[in-house]
Ligand binder design. Structure first.
Ligand SMILES: [Mn+2]
Length: 199
């Protein structure tokens, strides 16, 4: 499936496909923007199929319901929700358009890269492991960004040899999504990406 989100300050393409032979996706995502901010989450439930989806979709539900809270509080809520579930790797991004800043937190294998028009790039380090419900503090990072920056947040079903170059040489999110098509065909795992330009 492919979804397009267009708002005043963000233009995004979301792509998701299931692992070969699976009717249920173990990845989940949530994205919402208004005039003030963008909130976005990608989660990969441990394992595959229904139980994986049960964990990852909880993340989407929490971020939808409590999206007004800060990223650290959201990660905490997601972690608590993983008690007695399989668990999930999770990344949450919150962008404040007027301040031109974003906050990001990732636990596990969801990756994020932002490429700025000036050529600078931001690649926040994820914390290793996954959310399992065990109490723990996770580090969030806050950065400033340039207008026109393009970011991608993606699960480990997407394997691109040089994602940064792909972002750098793409003229628009539509153009980059086209370039990514070749990498979405192998279906060895559930795959999700959120690709967006901050304008
Ligand atoms: Mn995966």
């Amino acid at each position: 499936m492919k979804q397009i989100e267009q708002h005043e300050h963000v233009n995004a393409i979301i792509y998701q496909s299931n692992k070969e032979g699976k009717s249920c996706c173990g990845d989940s995502f949530f994205i919402k923007a208004d005039d003030e901010e963008l909130i976005c989450a990608v989660a990969d439930g441990l394992g595959s199929g229904q139980y994986a989806n049960e964990s990852s979709s909880l993340v989407s539900e929490i971020v939808e319901e409590y999206g007004h809270e800060d990223v650290a509080a959201l990660i905490d809520r997601c972690n608590q929700a993983m008690k007695n579930k399989r668990g999930a790797t999770v990344a949450i991004l919150k962008v404040n358009f007027s301040q031109q800043q974003f906050t990001y937190c990732s636990v596990g294998n969801i990756r994020f890269i932002l490429n700025a028009p000036s050529g600078d790039y931001i690649y926040p380090f994820p914390t290793s492991g996954y959310l399992s419900g065990k109490p723990r503090k996770y580090k969030t990072y806050t950065y400033s960004y340039e207008k026109g920056s393009i970011f991608i947040m993606y699960s480990d079903g997407l394997n691109v040899p040089n994602m940064r170059m792909c972002l750098k040489h793409g003229h628009s999110v539509e153009d980059i999504a086209k370039q990514l098509e070749t990498y979405t065909q192998d279906k060895k795992d559930d795959l999700t990406y959120v690709l967006g330009q901050l304008t």
